[in-house]
Design a protein around this ligand. Structure first.
Ligand SMILES: Cc1ncc(COP(=O)(O)O)c(C=O)c1O
Length: 464
């Protein structure tokens, strides 16, 4: 079959085959048919190459995930060794394997709360689905079946499966997919720049958001709410760093009603914000935690849900009554994924990666913030080695560009043309480089970005 929208590539090229065979996730499919794929072929350290031989600095660590960068021999060695020794084993029915056991032990020891048990999955989405199901299962187990609702936030991103996609608070992940499902509620995103009322201080804003959350809980009935889920720093929703005091204010409301806090550390976990976990940077007190992405530095798919022992205990009796705790994946505790994750966590420690992030991120943040005065920039935000630059039509009024103009996408395109991969989330350009990035590479990143943003400014002015 020829491609109905695009036939410029030679029929036997990878580009043409991609256009014929692949359904791309999270992609404008029509635009994709017009432009074709950008095929990546190899990578080393913080650099990645495409099939035209072009080199890019990977300013997004893939999808916020390749923490140790590319070409890490240790992880390749561990994976190959584990494949030869025990390529697959399961955790169903009480079977187990050494990498999963040791990884669970190691993860618990690293957790910023009193961790009890670790459940393994393959993705951030399935981890958050598991979180929802565990909240339901636990409340059924303790005889409180009415406590089922989960509160998430607008602009939060927690995945795309039916439950995690419902937790996600971005309209285009819901529309036409029949989401969200019943029992998932959304409260405010903590974005002062966009959400504050005229004259409202940050402290007043935080107070208002906490009051809004409390009003929602009251409206729904506190006895019906199981948990509140939050990323420490929102990632895909635009890299939103909450104002000072936000999580303590939210936590006080949750505590008043005995509502659990699910901490989605899928992006923030393992050093991204300058501490081992985002919860530590943002003063969260999690009940449970989801991790994925950097857990294996993205070398293999693996996620984990970590819960306290008190949540686990009532599940024991219920599982006995039912004959099984009937939740799990074929690849829960996959030994190769677990071995790679375990080695990743060891490398974080051996090479003092979190300390490296703490040392390098002030310079990274300073470079980011130097764009605050740029004529296209409305807001610069970030913490640790994550950040965003929001482009606006009018700095003073904060007026965004019309969505159709695609200014963020244009700027991301100019970045790529200049050898830098960033991601535009609307008109916010997101930065999330591998944690191993050096000072010189941070400099290179912003030198490339500088050209791109100024080319974008010229384009905006020319098209005005
Ligand atoms: C905070 C957060 N949670 C969950 C997910 C979903 O993870 P996955 O794409 O592995 O399903 C993501 C993905 O970007 C994420 O950023």
């Amino acid at each position: 079959m020829t491609d109905p929208l695009h036939n410029e590539f030679p029929a036997d090229s990878l580009e043409a085959k991609d256009l014929r065979h692949v359904l791309h996730p999270t992609t404008n499919l029509k635009l994709h048919h017009a432009t074709g794929p950008r095929i990546q072929t190899r990578a080393q350290g913080v650099y990645i190459w495409d099939n035209q031989g072009r080199q890019y600095l990977e300013g997004m660590a893939g999808l916020w995930c390749t923490a140790l960068g590319y070409g890490e021999e240790e992880l390749a060695r561990v994976a190959a060794e584990q494949m030869r020794t025990l390529a697959y084993s399961q955790l169903f029915g009480g079977k187990s394997n050494e990498p999963s056991i040791l990884l669970a032990e190691k993860l618990k020891a690293m957790m910023p709360f009193d961790a009890g048990r670790v459940f393994f999955g393959l993705s951030g989405s399935d981890a958050n689905d598991t979180q929802v199901k565990l909240m339901w299962y636990y409340h059924n187990a303790i005889g409180k079946p009415e406590r089922k609702k989960i509160i998430s936030r607008q602009r939060g991103y927690h995945g795309v499966t039916v439950a995690s996609g419902s937790l996600t608070g971005l309209p285009y992940f819901h529309a036409h997919f029949n989401l969200p499902i019943e029992g998932i509620l959304h409260t405010d995103a903590p974005h002062y720049y966009r959400g504050a009322q005229p004259g409202e201080s940050e402290a007043e804003y935080v107070k208002r958001l906490a009051a809004n959350l409390e009003a929602l809980i009251q409206r729904e009935g506190p006895e019906t709410i199981a948990a509140f889920i939050a990323e420490p720093v929102m990632g895909a929703g635009g890299v939103i760093v909450p104002p000072d005091g936000y999580f303590p204010a939210i936590q006080a409301v949750l505590d008043r009603y005995g509502i659990f806090l699910i901490d989605d550390e899928v992006i923030c976990g393992f050093g991204r914000t300058g501490n081992p976990f985002g919860a530590q940077t943002l003063a969260m007190r999690p009940t449970t935690v989801s991790v994925a992405k950097a857990l294996s530095s993205a070398y293999l798919p693996i996620s984990a849900v970590v819960i306290p022992e008190f949540l686990y205990e009532p599940m024991i009796e219920l599982s006995a009554k039912m004959g099984s705790f009937a939740h799990g994946f074929t690849y829960s505790g996959h030994p190769v994924c677990a071995a790679v994750a375990l080695r990743t966590l060891e490398i974080f420690e051996e090479r003092r990666i979190f300390e490296h992030v703490a040392a390098i991120s002030p310079g990274f943040q300073a470079r980011l913030r130097s764009y605050a005065d740029h004529p296209l920039v409305g807001e610069v935000r970030g913490v640790g080695l994550i950040g965003a630059i929001e482009l606006v039509q009018d700095k003073a009024s904060r007026q965004p560009f019309p969505g159709k103009q695609g200014v963020g996408a244009y700027c991301a395109g100019r970045c790529e043309a200049n050898g830098l991969i960033v991601r535009n989330l609307g008109d916010s350009l997101a930065f999330c480089p591998p944690l191993i990035i050096t000072e010189d590479q941070v400099d290179e990143l912003f030198t490339k970005f500088d050209k791109a943003i100024n080319e974008t400014l010229a384009w905006v002015r020319a098209s005005a």
